[in-house]
Design a protein around this ligand. Structure first.
Ligand code: ADQ
Length: 477
């Protein structure tokens, strides 16, 4: 067994919760990247003297990156070489696994040198976790970039309690079988005591694959390993800091900004909004086309309706993402050229990332939130919109292929491949009466406000702690 460290809770994720930045004086510093995951996990990390292991996002070498404390959390930055960034991160993670796990919306690429790099990076993260974790500690591994860590870590430290959570969908068995390294990935995940997914269908896919491909005995959500261990696979739908978003949305500056945004758009009757990472799984192209067709058909008028699309730059080194960016640039240009009027574009398109306050103001300013991914693990944007609508107003048009559709049943649910169906739903949401909007939003708000990200993290750790394990301690929520 490797010598143990002092952390009772270790988070292993591809990225650290902070980004490396160059400060005004030219020196290097850190800026928190305030995501929902950090908000949820931070209090638990603090209560348990926890440590977060992850890549800070550059190509600094190991010597340049020292562990440090940030607001009560111990952060351990992991170095990645330029080749590892290309092979492990952009390659295997984002050009093999990402499209494969999202219904092959784009064609996954299989390269043996990418896989070798994926293994090597996972091994290094596992070794670091083994070094940091105290005797009997809990290690929580996150997402598709780290699927081999659980088994690698168990080999080094059988005393640990290990949990894994997959933030993206787990594919149907027929698609997963394409992966040349399918068995190794399944065995990697089986190193965990608890494997968490967004939806129960994903957990079932996983258990079925383990039975078929690895040959272990299974019963419902349990896998029985030959060495006597059991692994549980279950759904833990992730959420957001719901109260935090509502509070932000209610604040004076955000309320004023929401009014300002509508004015700047020319005070149209209705504002449609899309907010996504610029990713081909999100269905941005099809949704903008559907909106444009409604104008061409004479159902909507640019005097009355505008579509605001905010797309955060993402994975710009991966070719598919560059192609997508160009495609959308061209589409927006064509739609505005054909259908816009002076001072009244049909689509207001922003290729940028905004602070949380601006996001909350956009959510408040928007009458119809349009979330149309071809496949999405959960989709937090849909939940953020709902959390910000304390006025019980606003409509949500939501793809049935987003994980969030299982909880947000009162949204206008659509099939993103069906352009006519999408057009009909957009129009219906546009014309909906206030009474209908309120009824739907109230029900969705109940769901989102009662199931926030803190409850999600507590539930995962509680269930991980409850699993029988010979020597490990459990973590305080
Ligand atoms: P993502 O694919 O990144 O997450 P999503 O769940 O929508 O998708 O989360 C995006 C986050 O980024 C949201 O919190 C949103 O507010 C923020 N964001 C988006 N555009 C932004 C912009 N222009 N400026 C600032 N912030 C912006 C992955 C999975 C999802 C899963 C989450 C969490 O793909 O399915 O829900 O992880 O598990």
């Amino acid at each position: 067994m490797a010598s143990s460290g002092s952390a009772d809770l270790v988070i292993v994720a591809n990225r650290l919760p902070v980004d490396r930045v160059t400060l005004p004086d030219g020196s290097q510093g850190w800026r928190p990247s305030p995501g929902g995951l950090v908000t949820a996990i931070e209090p638990i990390l603090r209560a348990n003297e926890g440590t977060w292991i992850g890549w800070p996002g550059g190509t600094e070498t190991e010597d340049e990156l020292e562990p440090f404390e940030d607001d009560g959390m111990d952060l351990v930055p992991m170095a990645m070489t330029a080749t590892e960034v290309e092979y492990h991160y952009e390659g295997f993670s984002n050009a093999t696994l990402w499209p494969l796990y999202h219904d092959v919306v784009a064609k996954p690429e299989f390269h043996r040198e990418w896989w070798d790099s994926y293994k090597a990076v996972n091994q290094r993260f596992a070794e670091k976790a083994a070094e940091e974790a105290a005797e009997g500690a809990t290690v929580w591994v996150h997402d598709y970039q780290m699927q081999l860590v659980p088994a690698m870590l168990r080999k080094l430290r059988p005393d640990l309690r290990i949990g894994f959570f997959l933030h993206i969908p787990f594919p149907p068995t027929e698609l997963f079988q394409q992966l040349p390294w399918r068995r190794q990935i399944l065995e990697g995940l089986l190193g965990a005591d608890l494997v968490g997914f967004q939806l129960s269908g994903a957990a079932q896919n996983f258990v079925r694959l383990v039975r078929q491909r690895v040959g272990h005995k299974t019963h419902r959500d349990l896998v029985y390993l030959p060495d006597g261990r059991t692994v549980r696979a279950a759904a833990f739908p992730i959420s957001i800091d719901s109260a935090g978003f509502e509070e932000l949305a209610r604040s004076e500056p955000v309320s004023e900004r929401a009014v300002e945004i509508r004015e700047a758009l020319g005070n149209p009757r209705k504002v449609f909004l899309g907010v996504d990472r610029l990713d081909y799984t999100k269905g941005i192209y099809a949704r903008l086309r559907a909106f444009a067709e409604l104008i061409e058909d004479g159902e909507l008028d640019v005097e009355d309706a505008v579509f605001v699309q905010v797309a955060t730059p993402s994975r710009e080194q991966v070719e598919q993402y560059r192609i997508l960016r160009d495609d959308i640039d061209r589409l927006v240009g064509r739609i505005n050229g054909d259908l816009g009027k002076i001072g009244q574009p049909a689509i207001a398109y922003f290729h940028s990332s905004y602070p949380r306050e601006e996001m909350a103001a956009l959510y408040r300013a928007a009458d119809i939130m349009v979330v149309t991914p071809f496949r999405d693990g959960m989709n937090l944007v849909a939940k953020e919109y709902v959390a910000c609508r304390f006025d019980n107003g606003g409509a949500l048009v939501l793809s049935e292929f987003a994980g969030a559709a299982e909880e947000l049943r009162q949204a206008w649910q659509i099939n993103p491949y069906d352009i006519n169906g999408m057009k009909a739903a957009l129009l219906d949401a546009y014309q909906a009466e206030d009474r209908d909007l309120t009824r739907r939003m109230k029900a969705m708000r109940k769901q989102v406000m009662e199931h926030d990200v803190a409850a999600w993290a507590d539930k995962f750790l509680e269930e991980l702690g409850a699993l029988q394990s010979s020597h490990s301690k459990s973590v305080r929520p």
